[in-house]
Design a protein around this ligand. Structure first.
Ligand SMILES: Cc1ncc(COP(=O)(O)O)c(C=O)c1O
Length: 364
Protein backbone atom coordinates (compact mmCIF):
# COMPACT_ATOMS: atom_id res chain seq x y z
CA UNK A 1 0.00 0.00 0.00
CA UNK A 2 2.96 2.34 0.54
CA UNK A 3 3.05 3.31 -3.14
CA UNK A 4 -0.45 4.79 -2.89
CA UNK A 5 -1.68 8.00 -1.36
CA UNK A 6 -4.73 7.03 0.61
CA UNK A 7 -7.75 9.21 1.28
CA UNK A 8 -10.44 6.52 1.51
CA UNK A 9 -10.59 5.52 5.18
CA UNK A 10 -14.31 6.36 5.23
CA UNK A 11 -14.80 3.69 2.56
CA UNK A 12 -12.37 1.10 3.82
CA UNK A 13 -9.28 1.23 6.01
CA UNK A 14 -5.88 -0.20 5.21
CA UNK A 15 -4.77 -3.49 6.75
CA UNK A 16 -1.47 -3.41 8.60
CA UNK A 17 0.72 -6.48 7.81
CA UNK A 18 0.22 -7.68 11.40
CA UNK A 19 -3.55 -7.72 10.85
CA UNK A 20 -3.12 -9.91 7.78
CA UNK A 21 -0.77 -12.16 9.75
CA UNK A 22 -3.35 -12.48 12.53
CA UNK A 23 -6.04 -13.54 10.05
CA UNK A 24 -3.75 -16.24 8.63
CA UNK A 25 -2.55 -17.39 12.05
CA UNK A 26 -6.14 -17.66 13.33
CA UNK A 27 -7.33 -19.76 10.38
CA UNK A 28 -4.30 -22.01 10.92
CA UNK A 29 -5.05 -22.23 14.63
CA UNK A 30 -8.56 -23.55 13.99
CA UNK A 31 -7.15 -26.20 11.66
CA UNK A 32 -4.49 -27.15 14.21
CA UNK A 33 -6.98 -27.40 17.07
CA UNK A 34 -9.31 -29.34 14.78
CA UNK A 35 -12.21 -27.48 13.20
CA UNK A 36 -15.32 -27.76 15.37
CA UNK A 37 -13.36 -29.55 18.07
CA UNK A 38 -14.17 -28.76 21.70
CA UNK A 39 -10.84 -26.96 21.91
CA UNK A 40 -11.51 -24.85 18.81
CA UNK A 41 -15.02 -23.99 19.97
CA UNK A 42 -13.76 -22.98 23.41
CA UNK A 43 -11.12 -20.77 21.80
CA UNK A 44 -13.75 -19.16 19.54
CA UNK A 45 -15.90 -18.33 22.59
CA UNK A 46 -12.88 -16.65 24.19
CA UNK A 47 -12.21 -14.74 20.97
CA UNK A 48 -15.78 -13.42 20.79
CA UNK A 49 -15.75 -12.32 24.42
CA UNK A 50 -12.33 -10.66 24.10
CA UNK A 51 -13.49 -8.77 21.01
CA UNK A 52 -16.75 -7.63 22.59
CA UNK A 53 -14.71 -6.42 25.53
CA UNK A 54 -12.28 -4.38 23.36
CA UNK A 55 -15.19 -2.84 21.42
CA UNK A 56 -17.04 -2.08 24.64
CA UNK A 57 -14.00 -0.25 25.97
CA UNK A 58 -13.80 1.78 22.77
CA UNK A 59 -17.44 2.83 23.12
CA UNK A 60 -17.40 3.10 26.94
CA UNK A 61 -20.22 0.62 27.47
CA UNK A 62 -20.61 -2.75 29.20
CA UNK A 63 -19.30 -5.78 27.30
CA UNK A 64 -22.68 -7.52 27.25
CA UNK A 65 -24.24 -4.63 25.30
CA UNK A 66 -22.15 -5.43 22.22
CA UNK A 67 -23.58 -7.60 19.45
CA UNK A 68 -21.02 -8.83 16.92
CA UNK A 69 -22.20 -8.19 13.35
CA UNK A 70 -20.57 -8.20 9.95
CA UNK A 71 -20.81 -4.53 8.99
CA UNK A 72 -22.63 -1.28 9.78
CA UNK A 73 -25.65 -2.05 7.62
CA UNK A 74 -26.21 -5.32 9.52
CA UNK A 75 -26.41 -3.34 12.75
CA UNK A 76 -28.71 -0.70 11.25
CA UNK A 77 -30.99 -3.46 9.97
CA UNK A 78 -31.11 -5.08 13.40
CA UNK A 79 -32.00 -1.75 15.00
CA UNK A 80 -34.60 -0.66 12.49
CA UNK A 81 -36.37 -4.03 12.27
CA UNK A 82 -36.38 -4.42 16.05
CA UNK A 83 -39.12 -1.88 16.74
CA UNK A 84 -42.58 -3.49 17.17
CA UNK A 85 -43.91 -1.48 14.21
CA UNK A 86 -47.66 -1.06 13.71
CA UNK A 87 -49.30 0.23 10.50
CA UNK A 88 -49.36 4.04 10.57
CA UNK A 89 -46.20 4.40 12.66
CA UNK A 90 -43.61 6.86 11.42
CA UNK A 91 -39.81 6.68 11.16
CA UNK A 92 -37.78 9.88 10.83
CA UNK A 93 -34.40 9.94 9.06
CA UNK A 94 -32.07 12.76 8.11
CA UNK A 95 -31.64 13.51 4.42
CA UNK A 96 -27.93 12.70 4.79
CA UNK A 97 -28.31 8.99 5.54
CA UNK A 98 -26.45 6.37 3.55
CA UNK A 99 -28.44 4.85 0.63
CA UNK A 100 -28.27 1.40 2.25
CA UNK A 101 -30.07 2.73 5.33
CA UNK A 102 -32.71 4.53 3.26
CA UNK A 103 -33.34 1.18 1.53
CA UNK A 104 -34.11 -0.41 4.92
CA UNK A 105 -36.68 2.32 5.64
CA UNK A 106 -38.29 1.77 2.23
CA UNK A 107 -38.56 -1.95 2.95
CA UNK A 108 -40.11 -1.35 6.38
CA UNK A 109 -42.76 0.78 4.68
CA UNK A 110 -43.66 -2.13 2.38
CA UNK A 111 -43.49 -4.75 5.13
CA UNK A 112 -45.31 -3.01 8.00
CA UNK A 113 -47.38 -0.26 6.41
CA UNK A 114 -45.45 2.44 8.26
CA UNK A 115 -44.29 5.73 6.75
CA UNK A 116 -40.92 7.41 6.83
CA UNK A 117 -39.74 10.89 6.00
CA UNK A 118 -36.53 12.87 5.93
CA UNK A 119 -35.78 15.93 7.98
CA UNK A 120 -33.58 18.35 5.99
CA UNK A 121 -30.05 18.27 7.32
CA UNK A 122 -27.98 18.85 4.20
CA UNK A 123 -28.99 22.50 3.97
CA UNK A 124 -28.10 22.89 7.67
CA UNK A 125 -24.70 21.22 7.32
CA UNK A 126 -22.98 24.34 8.63
CA UNK A 127 -25.62 25.22 11.22
CA UNK A 128 -25.31 25.17 14.99
CA UNK A 129 -26.56 22.18 16.99
CA UNK A 130 -29.61 24.14 18.24
CA UNK A 131 -30.81 24.62 14.66
CA UNK A 132 -30.44 20.87 13.92
CA UNK A 133 -32.51 20.07 17.01
CA UNK A 134 -35.19 22.58 16.00
CA UNK A 135 -35.42 20.99 12.55
CA UNK A 136 -35.73 17.49 14.00
CA UNK A 137 -38.33 18.67 16.47
CA UNK A 138 -40.40 20.31 13.76
CA UNK A 139 -40.46 17.09 11.71
CA UNK A 140 -41.79 14.84 14.48
CA UNK A 141 -45.39 13.71 14.14
CA UNK A 142 -47.62 12.11 16.78
CA UNK A 143 -46.97 8.81 14.93
CA UNK A 144 -43.15 9.06 15.04
CA UNK A 145 -41.71 6.09 16.91
CA UNK A 146 -38.07 6.09 15.97
CA UNK A 147 -35.35 8.42 14.68
CA UNK A 148 -32.32 7.20 12.77
CA UNK A 149 -29.32 9.47 12.18
CA UNK A 150 -25.63 9.17 11.46
CA UNK A 151 -23.24 10.36 14.13
CA UNK A 152 -21.01 11.71 11.35
CA UNK A 153 -22.68 12.22 7.98
CA UNK A 154 -20.98 10.30 5.20
CA UNK A 155 -21.38 13.08 2.61
CA UNK A 156 -20.73 16.29 4.59
CA UNK A 157 -18.70 15.11 7.59
CA UNK A 158 -21.10 16.96 9.89
CA UNK A 159 -21.25 15.69 13.49
CA UNK A 160 -24.74 15.45 14.94
CA UNK A 161 -25.52 16.50 18.54
CA UNK A 162 -26.37 12.98 19.62
CA UNK A 163 -26.80 13.55 23.32
CA UNK A 164 -29.37 16.30 22.74
CA UNK A 165 -31.13 14.17 20.10
CA UNK A 166 -31.19 11.24 22.56
CA UNK A 167 -32.75 13.50 25.25
CA UNK A 168 -35.35 14.74 22.77
CA UNK A 169 -36.20 11.11 21.86
CA UNK A 170 -36.42 9.87 25.40
CA UNK A 171 -38.58 12.79 26.54
CA UNK A 172 -41.08 11.62 23.93
CA UNK A 173 -40.63 7.87 24.31
CA UNK A 174 -38.99 7.54 20.88
CA UNK A 175 -36.20 5.11 20.01
CA UNK A 176 -32.93 6.46 18.63
CA UNK A 177 -30.79 4.39 16.27
CA UNK A 178 -27.41 5.70 15.16
CA UNK A 179 -25.26 4.87 12.16
CA UNK A 180 -21.69 5.02 13.46
CA UNK A 181 -19.94 3.95 10.23
CA UNK A 182 -17.98 7.22 10.03
CA UNK A 183 -17.49 7.90 13.72
CA UNK A 184 -16.05 4.76 15.34
CA UNK A 185 -12.28 5.05 15.19
CA UNK A 186 -12.56 8.84 14.72
CA UNK A 187 -14.43 10.33 17.68
CA UNK A 188 -13.79 9.74 21.36
CA UNK A 189 -17.04 8.01 22.33
CA UNK A 190 -18.98 7.34 25.49
CA UNK A 191 -22.26 5.77 24.43
CA UNK A 192 -23.38 5.32 28.01
CA UNK A 193 -23.29 9.10 28.44
CA UNK A 194 -24.74 9.80 24.99
CA UNK A 195 -27.80 7.73 25.90
CA UNK A 196 -28.53 6.30 22.44
CA UNK A 197 -30.56 3.11 21.99
CA UNK A 198 -28.67 1.50 19.11
CA UNK A 199 -25.28 2.37 17.64
CA UNK A 200 -24.11 0.40 14.59
CA UNK A 201 -20.55 0.39 13.27
CA UNK A 202 -17.98 -1.61 11.36
CA UNK A 203 -14.37 -2.62 11.90
CA UNK A 204 -13.29 -2.16 8.30
CA UNK A 205 -13.31 1.62 7.96
CA UNK A 206 -11.60 3.97 10.42
CA UNK A 207 -10.51 1.12 12.71
CA UNK A 208 -8.51 -0.36 9.82
CA UNK A 209 -9.76 -3.84 10.64
CA UNK A 210 -10.70 -6.65 8.26
CA UNK A 211 -13.78 -6.62 6.05
CA UNK A 212 -16.57 -8.75 7.48
CA UNK A 213 -16.72 -7.75 11.13
CA UNK A 214 -18.73 -5.01 12.78
CA UNK A 215 -20.69 -4.37 15.92
CA UNK A 216 -23.89 -2.99 17.38
CA UNK A 217 -24.43 -1.44 20.78
CA UNK A 218 -27.90 -2.15 22.19
CA UNK A 219 -28.98 -0.11 25.19
CA UNK A 220 -29.94 -2.61 27.95
CA UNK A 221 -33.13 -0.59 28.55
CA UNK A 222 -34.35 -1.60 25.07
CA UNK A 223 -33.32 -5.25 25.17
CA UNK A 224 -36.64 -6.69 26.31
CA UNK A 225 -38.81 -4.71 23.89
CA UNK A 226 -36.53 -4.97 20.85
CA UNK A 227 -37.35 -7.88 18.52
CA UNK A 228 -34.72 -9.70 16.46
CA UNK A 229 -35.63 -10.00 12.77
CA UNK A 230 -32.99 -12.67 12.15
CA UNK A 231 -32.41 -15.41 14.69
CA UNK A 232 -30.03 -18.35 14.98
CA UNK A 233 -28.18 -20.63 17.37
CA UNK A 234 -25.69 -18.03 18.57
CA UNK A 235 -28.54 -15.89 19.82
CA UNK A 236 -29.97 -18.67 21.96
CA UNK A 237 -27.05 -18.72 24.37
CA UNK A 238 -27.87 -15.59 26.39
CA UNK A 239 -30.59 -12.96 26.36
CA UNK A 240 -28.00 -10.25 25.62
CA UNK A 241 -26.91 -12.12 22.49
CA UNK A 242 -30.36 -12.37 20.95
CA UNK A 243 -29.32 -10.31 17.90
CA UNK A 244 -26.39 -12.58 17.02
CA UNK A 245 -27.24 -15.24 14.49
CA UNK A 246 -24.84 -18.04 13.45
CA UNK A 247 -21.33 -18.86 12.19
CA UNK A 248 -19.12 -15.96 11.14
CA UNK A 249 -15.46 -15.71 10.12
CA UNK A 250 -14.04 -16.14 13.65
CA UNK A 251 -10.41 -15.59 12.56
CA UNK A 252 -11.32 -11.95 11.95
CA UNK A 253 -12.04 -11.33 15.64
CA UNK A 254 -8.41 -11.33 16.72
CA UNK A 255 -7.48 -9.44 13.56
CA UNK A 256 -9.79 -6.58 14.52
CA UNK A 257 -8.26 -6.50 18.00
CA UNK A 258 -4.79 -6.39 16.43
CA UNK A 259 -5.90 -3.48 14.24
CA UNK A 260 -7.34 -1.58 17.21
CA UNK A 261 -4.12 -2.13 19.18
CA UNK A 262 -2.00 -0.87 16.26
CA UNK A 263 -4.14 2.24 15.83
CA UNK A 264 -3.72 3.04 19.51
CA UNK A 265 0.05 3.36 18.98
CA UNK A 266 -0.80 6.61 17.12
CA UNK A 267 -2.02 8.16 20.38
CA UNK A 268 -5.12 7.90 22.50
CA UNK A 269 -8.44 8.45 20.72
CA UNK A 270 -8.70 12.09 21.84
CA UNK A 271 -5.21 12.85 20.52
CA UNK A 272 -5.93 11.02 17.30
CA UNK A 273 -9.21 12.87 16.83
CA UNK A 274 -7.47 16.22 17.37
CA UNK A 275 -4.86 15.29 14.76
CA UNK A 276 -7.59 14.31 12.30
CA UNK A 277 -9.32 17.67 12.76
CA UNK A 278 -6.04 19.60 12.39
CA UNK A 279 -5.12 17.76 9.19
CA UNK A 280 -8.65 17.87 7.73
CA UNK A 281 -8.78 21.63 8.46
CA UNK A 282 -5.44 22.08 6.70
CA UNK A 283 -6.83 20.31 3.62
CA UNK A 284 -10.09 22.30 3.80
CA UNK A 285 -8.16 25.62 3.97
CA UNK A 286 -5.88 24.70 1.08
CA UNK A 287 -8.81 23.52 -1.06
CA UNK A 288 -10.60 26.82 -0.45
CA UNK A 289 -7.53 28.71 -1.67
CA UNK A 290 -8.03 27.17 -5.13
CA UNK A 291 -10.42 29.40 -7.03
CA UNK A 292 -12.31 26.69 -8.93
CA UNK A 293 -12.73 24.40 -5.93
CA UNK A 294 -15.60 24.74 -3.47
CA UNK A 295 -15.81 22.71 -0.29
CA UNK A 296 -19.27 21.28 0.44
CA UNK A 297 -19.10 22.71 3.97
CA UNK A 298 -18.32 26.37 4.54
CA UNK A 299 -17.10 25.82 8.09
CA UNK A 300 -13.79 24.04 8.83
CA UNK A 301 -14.28 20.28 9.37
CA UNK A 302 -14.79 18.66 12.78
CA UNK A 303 -14.29 15.15 11.37
CA UNK A 304 -11.98 13.53 8.84
CA UNK A 305 -14.38 13.81 5.90
CA UNK A 306 -13.77 16.74 3.54
CA UNK A 307 -16.02 16.86 0.48
CA UNK A 308 -15.44 19.29 -2.36
CA UNK A 309 -16.52 20.13 -5.88
CA UNK A 310 -14.47 21.32 -8.82
CA UNK A 311 -16.24 23.70 -11.19
CA UNK A 312 -17.12 22.08 -14.53
CA UNK A 313 -15.37 18.81 -13.64
CA UNK A 314 -17.06 15.49 -13.08
CA UNK A 315 -16.21 14.14 -9.63
CA UNK A 316 -16.15 10.58 -11.02
CA UNK A 317 -13.64 11.53 -13.71
CA UNK A 318 -11.36 13.43 -11.31
CA UNK A 319 -11.42 10.47 -8.91
CA UNK A 320 -10.34 8.19 -11.76
CA UNK A 321 -7.62 10.61 -12.90
CA UNK A 322 -6.25 10.92 -9.37
CA UNK A 323 -6.08 7.15 -9.06
CA UNK A 324 -4.65 6.36 -12.49
CA UNK A 325 -2.20 9.22 -12.91
CA UNK A 326 -1.26 10.20 -9.37
CA UNK A 327 -1.94 6.98 -7.40
CA UNK A 328 -4.17 8.99 -5.07
CA UNK A 329 -7.20 7.08 -3.81
CA UNK A 330 -10.07 9.44 -3.15
CA UNK A 331 -13.67 8.54 -3.92
CA UNK A 332 -16.48 10.47 -5.53
CA UNK A 333 -19.90 10.58 -3.86
CA UNK A 334 -23.29 10.98 -5.50
CA UNK A 335 -25.28 13.23 -3.07
CA UNK A 336 -24.09 15.92 -3.62
CA UNK A 337 -21.91 15.02 -6.60
CA UNK A 338 -18.49 15.69 -5.10
CA UNK A 339 -15.10 14.27 -4.24
CA UNK A 340 -14.66 13.09 -0.67
CA UNK A 341 -11.29 12.97 1.04
CA UNK A 342 -11.03 10.93 4.24
CA UNK A 343 -8.26 12.42 6.34
CA UNK A 344 -6.74 10.24 9.05
CA UNK A 345 -4.18 10.97 11.75
CA UNK A 346 -1.83 8.98 9.50
CA UNK A 347 -2.34 11.23 6.47
CA UNK A 348 0.84 12.97 5.34
CA UNK A 349 0.19 13.73 1.68
CA UNK A 350 -2.13 16.74 1.76
CA UNK A 351 0.26 18.94 -0.24
CA UNK A 352 0.67 16.24 -2.89
CA UNK A 353 -3.13 16.02 -3.21
CA UNK A 354 -3.38 19.81 -3.57
CA UNK A 355 -0.56 19.84 -6.12
CA UNK A 356 -2.27 17.06 -8.13
CA UNK A 357 -5.63 18.82 -8.02
CA UNK A 358 -4.00 22.05 -9.24
CA UNK A 359 -2.51 20.18 -12.20
CA UNK A 360 -5.88 18.62 -13.01
CA UNK A 361 -7.64 22.00 -12.70
CA UNK A 362 -5.12 23.61 -15.04
CA UNK A 363 -5.82 21.12 -17.81
CA UNK A 364 -8.04 22.46 -20.54
C1 LIG B 1 -22.76 6.42 7.02
C2 LIG B 1 -22.59 5.05 6.41
N1 LIG B 1 -23.46 4.10 6.72
C3 LIG B 1 -23.35 2.86 6.25
C4 LIG B 1 -22.34 2.52 5.39
C5 LIG B 1 -22.23 1.10 4.93
O1 LIG B 1 -21.25 0.49 5.68
P1 LIG B 1 -21.08 -1.08 5.80
O2 LIG B 1 -20.51 -1.54 4.52
O3 LIG B 1 -20.16 -1.24 6.98
O4 LIG B 1 -22.41 -1.65 6.05
C6 LIG B 1 -21.39 3.47 5.04
C7 LIG B 1 -20.28 3.10 4.17
O5 LIG B 1 -19.83 3.51 3.27
C8 LIG B 1 -21.51 4.78 5.56
O6 LIG B 1 -20.64 5.74 5.27
Amino acid sequence: MSSFTYFNYGGQGVLHPSVLETIKANYERIEQLGAYSNAANAWIEEEKEATRSVLAELLQVKTETITLTQNTTDGCNIALWSYPWQPGDHLLLSDCEHPGIVAIAQTLVKRFGISFSFFPLFNDRDSKDERVLEVIYSHLTPQTKMIMVSHICWNTGQILPLHQIACLCHDRGLWLAVDGAQSVGVLPLNLTELGVDFYAFTGHKWLNGPLGLGGLYVNPDRLDQALPAFVGWRGLKKKQLKFEVASIAYPLLGALRTAIAIESTWGNITERYQTIVTKASDLWTKLNQLSIIKTVCFQPPRSGLVSFQIADRSADKVSLLLEEEYQIYLRSIPHPSALRASVSYKTTEIDYLIHSLKEICNRT
